[in-house]
Design a protein around this ligand. Structure first.
Ligand code: NAP
Ligand code: G4F
Length: 344
């Protein structure tokens, strides 16, 4: 493992290393000279695909947010300087079908992690992956750190619990515990069930003749979408400050699902209206119609700025899904490939 002078071999412990954010954060911290320990739960088919490129540089510890003893054992073994709690049942739609499981992992899991840290390594610094879903039925626009919460799903409710647990441990035990209230952030590594990746993957599947239609739910929902690679820098910055605090991380722009479709299909010279159909199966019992964040505090205090804009994000995701197919020697059947997407 290579150490750099930036951070003389600090140890970072990441839960959720197999997920989108965990993989980007692990790469970033390795570049900063950290020793990275990632927590994975036991699985019959371990999902290391997202961090395959750095797998040999990351130490894996097996544990589960549902199992208090595994968290205490891993913290005791690795004595981390920084803990990034990114693990969660993170899909809002599923949280309506698995509300109790979501509460146990995404809500109670946070206090299990905080309690493990309090008992084993209370001097460590803690980052909690809070979410703009906590604003739900928004009480003001744009949403900032002081905006009251009104969650609209079991996932949102669980995240509110995790957020307040983090604040509570900071206030009760003087622990360095930060909550990052992150708005939606996406990338080519986003899970296929989330709407952005579902769209980019379907655009590529349509170009390569695998699919003819894209069935979606609420096309008018609006989100403040940014790039995951930008947002993980903010997580790290929060833990480098003199005092622990909570920060909204967002782009300050909002677009609809429809607009995402329009740009994604335009990227390959197609019209989304010829392919997108509305399917009630993808509607939710309660919807979050609009999210728009105000990240002024993070910009001022952390010096954080996003680098990828909405159009750049959509094009990056579509290009990556096209490229994946070209790399498997598939042949396009319709539309036009963007200039940068080529057979290798
Ligand atoms: P993701 O891709 O869904 O990754 C979730 C991670 O949690 C996976 O590594 C998963 O492991 C792990 N996990 C699930 N249940 C677990 C358990 N019981 N014990 C241990 N690990 C478990 O999520 P993401 O997009 O990277 O998001 C990271 C965090 O930020 C999540 O907490 C999410 O709720 C929050 N967040 C995300 C966004 C966003 O837009 N991406 C915005 C705000 C907040 P497996 O691979 O084993 O399933
Ligand atoms: O991509 P989504 O599933 O993300 P959602 O619900 O906003 O949650 C994501 O962002 C949160 C931050 O605000 C995170 F905390 C959370 O972990 C997750 O990463 O849905 C976005 C919007 C919703 O309004 C949904 O109703 O897209 C709408 N939508 C329309 N059709 C669809 C679909 N969503 C999905 N997943 N699939 C559809 O077919």
């Amino acid at each position: 493992m290579v150490s750099s002078s930036l951070h003389p071999m600090k140890t970072a412990f990441i839960t959720g290393i197999t997920g989108q954010d965990g993989s980007y954060l692990a790469e970033y911290l390795l570049k900063q000279g950290y020793k990275v320990v990632g927590m994975m739960r036991r699985s019959a088919t371990p999902s290391t695909a997202r961090f395959a490129a750095i797998e040999d540089q990351v130490e894996i510890g097996h544990g589960d947010l549902l199992d208090q003893s595994s968290l205490m054992r891993l913290l005791d073994q690795h004595k981390p300087d920084e803990i990034y709690n990114l693990a969660a049942q993170s899909f809002v739609h599923s949280s309506f079908h698995e509300p109790v499981h979501t509460g146990s992992v995404t809500g109670l899991g946070v206090i299990r992690m905080l309690e493990a840290m309090r008992l084993v390594c209370p001097q460590a610094r803690f980052y909690q992956a809070s979410s703009s879903e906590m604003f739900g039925e928004v009480q003001e626009t744009p949403q900032r750190e002081t905006t009251p919460f009104h969650p609209r799903s079991p996932y949102g409710v669980a995240k509110v619990y995790g957020h307040w647990a983090t604040v509570n441990y900071r206030e009760s035990y003087d622990m360095f515990a930060c909550s990052g209230i992150l708005f939606n952030h996406e990338s080519p590594r986003r899970g296929l069930e989330f709407v952005t990746r579902k769209i980019s993957d379907h655009v590529a599947a349509i170009v390569f003749g695998e699919k003819d239609k894209l069935a979606l739910g609420n096309l008018d929902a609006r989100r403040d979408w940014g790039f995951a690679g930008d947002y993980i820098r903010a997580m790290h910055l929060m833990l480098q400050q003199d005092t622990a605090d909570d920060y909204v991380i967002s782009t300050g722009t909002t677009q609809s699902v429809r607009e995402f479709c329009r740009i994604a299909f335009e990227r390959v010279g197609l019209n989304y209206e010829d392919f997108v159909v509305v399917d009630p199966r993808f509607f939710r019992p309660a919807e979050v119609e609009l999210l728009l964040g105000d990240a002024s505090k993070a910009k001022e205090k952390l010096g954080w700025e996003p680098e990828v804009d909405f159009q750049g994000l959509v094009e990056m995701m579509v290009d990556a899904d096209l490229q994946r197919r070209l790399d498997r020697f598939q042949k396009p059947q319709r539309g036009t490939l963007p200039a940068g997407v080529k057979s290798s």
